[in-house]
Design a protein around this ligand. Structure first.
Ligand code: GTP
Length: 237
């Protein structure tokens, strides 16, 4: 058992992370691998909140001329499906969880109640926040930033396909340079596309560090929590 740098964290996963190689839908072997990594944190005594995107099910305004708000509501439903999938994988491993949704769907999950979420976390339950912020025009990154502030998480663990933040797309450019550290302002000014600007600003205003790392390398979540220098850390500087 290693030492933990953080007591309470917010893990942000993209919906695509759950899709695995298929790029669409839910690959339960991938969900289980992620769940195992989360379990390691819980076993170390770390309190974990989680937000999952919905892009594996619904990628926004695909239908031509579609109303933005309607498309966003569909996205919120997609995140709720993913939240239940992650919950199921975690519970198969014996991890206690609660799903709370920003849009009431009481038959399926608890409604989001901040103080209740905090109690669940204190009791060692992983709390997965579904249905975004409940509002169109806000991303799941913003949800992660908002919920992180609300539950007083010490850091946002932002799981990505790449192992940090680069000055340009490392999939397209061989000479892309990785940053070890960045400030919120740099992310905004350089338009580095880590999180959208609403989410980044919310983290900046509430001084919540963002640790960007690759999810597809086993054990990375644990390394991140133990303060090993992986990925890119974004702080006020
Ligand atoms: P404690 O008060 O700490 O014991 O928390 P708890 O979540 O175990 O208490 P509660 O008795 O409220 O919940 C028991 C179970 O019912 C848990 O699995 C909850 O997730 C679930 N639950 C609670 N409220 C709701 C709700 O509004 N909708 C749904 N679908 N499930 C709920």
């Amino acid at each position: 058992m290693g030492t933990c740098k953080f007591k309470r964290v917010m893990l942000k996963l993209s919906g695509e992370a759950l899709a695995g190689k298929n790029g669409f839908g839910i690959d339960f072997s991938v969900a289980m691998r992620i769940a195992k990594e989360i379990k390691e944190l819980v076993d170390m005594g770390v309190e974990v909140g989680a937000v999952v995107g919905g892009g594996n099910i619904w990628r926004g305004r695909e239908g031509e001329g579609m109303d933005r708000a309607t498309a966003d509501y569909m996205g919120m439903l997609a995140t709720s499906i993913n939240a239940l999938a992650l919950q199921d994988s975690l519970e198969q491993l014996g991890v206690s969880t609660r799903v709370q949704t920003a849009i009431e769907m009481k038959e399926i999950a608890e409604p989001f109640i901040r103080r209740r979420a905090m109690r669940h976390l204190e009791k060692g339950r992983v709390v997965i926040f579904g249905a975004g912020t409940g509002n169109p025009y806000f991303s799941t990154d913003t949800t992660a930033a908002l919920r992180a502030a609300e539950i007083e998480a010490e850091v946002i663990l932002l799981a990505k396909k790449v192992d940090g933040v680069y000055d340009k797309d490392p999939h397209k450019y061989n000479d892309a340079k990785k940053y070890d550290k960045l400030s919120y302002i740099e992310v905004l000014e350089k338009e580095l596309q880590v999180m959208d600007s609403t989410a980044t600003s919310l983290c900046m205003d509430n001084n919540i560090p963002i640790l960007v790392f690759a999810l597809d390398e086993d054990g990375n979540i644990k390394k991140a929590i133990q303060g090993e220098s992986i990925g890119t850390i974004i702080t006020r500087k």
